[in-house]
Write a protein that binds this ligand. Sequence first.
Ligand SMILES: C=C(OP(=O)(O)O)C(=O)O
Ligand SMILES: [Mg+2]
Length: 572
Amino acid sequence: MSFLHGIAASSGIAMAKAYRLVEPDLSFAKITIENADSEVERFEAAVAKSKSELEVIRDHAREKLGADKAAIFEAHLLVLSDPELLTPIKDRVKSDKVNSEFALKETADMFISMFEAMDNEYMRERAADIRDVTKRVLSHLLGVKLNDPSMISEEVIVVAEDLTPSDTAQLNRQFVKGFTTDIGGRTSHSAIMARSLEIPAVVGTKTATKDIENGDFIIVDGLKGQVHINPTQELLEQYKKENEAYEAQKAEWAKLKNEKSYSADGHQVELVANIGTPNDLAGVKSNGGEGVGLYRTEFLYMGRDQLPTEEEQFESYKAVLEGLEGKPVVVRTLDIGGDKELPYLSLPKEMNPFLGYRAIRLCLERQDIFRTQLRALLRASTYGNLKIMFPMIATIAEFRQAKAILDEEKEKLLKEGVAISETIEVGIMVEIPSTAVLADQFAKEVDFFSIGTNDLIQYTLAADRMNERVSYLYQPYNPSILRLVKMVIDASHKEGKWTGMCGEMAGDETAIPILLGLGLDEFSMSATSILKARSLIRKLSRADMEKMAEKALQMSTTEEVIELVKEATNTK
Ligand SMILES: C=C(OP(=O)(O)O)C(=O)O
Ligand SMILES: [Mg+2]
């Protein structure tokens, strides 16, 4: 038995066998071959095996995850039947007398760089397909096994270096009981996805992939941030009991499901949910969410090999708006970049992706993508209470430009006779310090703010939210962050506007008392945190928390703030 410590990223306890989702070694040497015909046969056999494997995966994905997730495998099958790719590989084997691995990689790389350089979305998507297919054929040539998370069909705990959002999108909740990763923090997107899937997760263990073998029995304790490998019977029994206690606690919180969110002295706030797909609606309802404070639409664009059409997007937005029956739904426009990649856009690798070409920066340049999304949103607006939010706004000019594009699309649709709601609020994420500092100016032009602390903290303290080595600097309760939050809330109230928070801090037990005191209007969090937060707020006096928050703003360290909250909430 051994033990790993990491960051508790999604609460709950999971116990199952390990499934390692780790890229296998696909390296090989260039070899001169004697018999070209038998080498070509070896290549053809690997292609045939790859095809039958892909057919199984495609059918499985179609059945378990839906046609849109299966489409990517369909595209891979097409590549594997394309003589324009296969013939030059075989010709290369014959003419240069080289091994298939080498001929395949050289030819594929040539096509990939050619397609990626083209100013054509479709061809760039094909480059991504060729890259994936090359890996699969190589794995058969080398006799190693690729991982296919969509094929998992027994209860497992996934162990990975990191899980990209598109990996996570392929996980089947029925079988994946939890996960643990080497890297990442509480606000990395794998952690956020785990919370929306309601599966326990521990991230940032540093060595999970080194220490855990396939088939090891694992306990993931997403409450304490611990991973136990091959535990003793005694520990297992203890965890079964802890799990029962946790379930009982949840049942107690569940009694607050249909209640509004009032503090002990009668101050009302809104507790809403962060979602990634329409599938998350069930969780919002079962956890008593009063609406959606952040719909991360980028997940619509992930786990597939081309952009979603206007129609597909319209259907998703309509489903969420209708599903929430008039409750507020804040939809954030595409926030791609940073750790959220879209391989089919073939964006160049950057030195500092979190400071680079992402979110609104990309949308203002790729207006084709942005306008399609805005049209879908505007068309869906009559089905509920829509609010549109732009991510990563750094300057007023960006907001004005994004708003102008929205207004243009609105005009066009109205001319086409399409009905559009007249009460759509338009707001921004405050996740860049420049915007928090200039909140008084922004407040004159926007309808609302939503503070994105996941990014705001990383940019303010210059500490990568994904990097566990600098996680000690990632300090939500640092007075510098509290002061920025206060500036934003005060600026909005002065103009008669409102401020929400959709970073993970909004659902954090230590932060909630301070945020209540600072006057935050809306708290948006993982659906699974809502009932616990409601139970906490009911016990707090807004007036007392206001006094406490004033003191916190005058403190100089994170530790002092934590102490202060403990004292003020009697949890010391
Ligand atoms: C909510 C936020 O956005 P994301 O986590 O998607 O970057 C944030 O930055 O706080
Ligand atoms: Mg963000």
